[in-house]
Design a protein around this ligand. Structure first.
Ligand SMILES: [Zn+2]
Length: 140
């Protein structure tokens, strides 16, 4: 975990809000894929049946969209936060995020895209191996 433990849910929100668009795991994953000879677009805009999305890594020709999901916002089973303060607020917030992720997946699938989500906590080896698997399946 790259961030110090926040003292409150509000501090967490502020910290997360200040994070750059490119997280460290994202950058590491892109570097690994690039070193492996893969070429892709970063935050390429896809219009998925009216829903505009910018996946973290996009293989345009193969129509593969990769998201590196943050453990906190996307409710990772291992690191998803369960803030004690303002519990209802956070529960609603996380439910909206989950619903948004499902909608994005559905729309992209409907538009002919393959979607893969990896967790920010996965090692670069783990996530790149999962991506390579999909890339190779799609080539057959
Ligand atoms: Zn996690």
């Amino acid at each position: 975990m790259a961030y110090p433990a926040p003292s409150s849910a509000i501090a967490t929100t502020i910290m997360r809000g200040n994070r750059s668009l490119d997280t460290k795991p994202e950058r590491a994953l892109r570097s690994a894929l690039h070193a492996g000879g893969y070429r892709f677009r970063k935050h390429y805009l896809i219009d998925a049946a009216g829903l505009r999305v910018r996946p973290d890594i996009v293989f345009t020709r193969l129509r593969i969209a990769i998201f590196v999901d943050g453990c906190f916002w996307h409710g990772c089973p291992e690191h998803g936060a369960k803030p004690r303060a303002n519990e209802a607020f956070w529960a609603a917030k996380f439910a909206r995020n989950a619903a948004r992720d499902r909608l994005v997946n559905e729309r992209l699938n409907a538009a002919g895209w393959t979607v893969l989500r990896v967790w920010e906590h996965e090692t670069t080896d783990e996530s790149s191996a999962r991506i390579e698997l999909i890339l190779n399946v799609d080539r057959q």
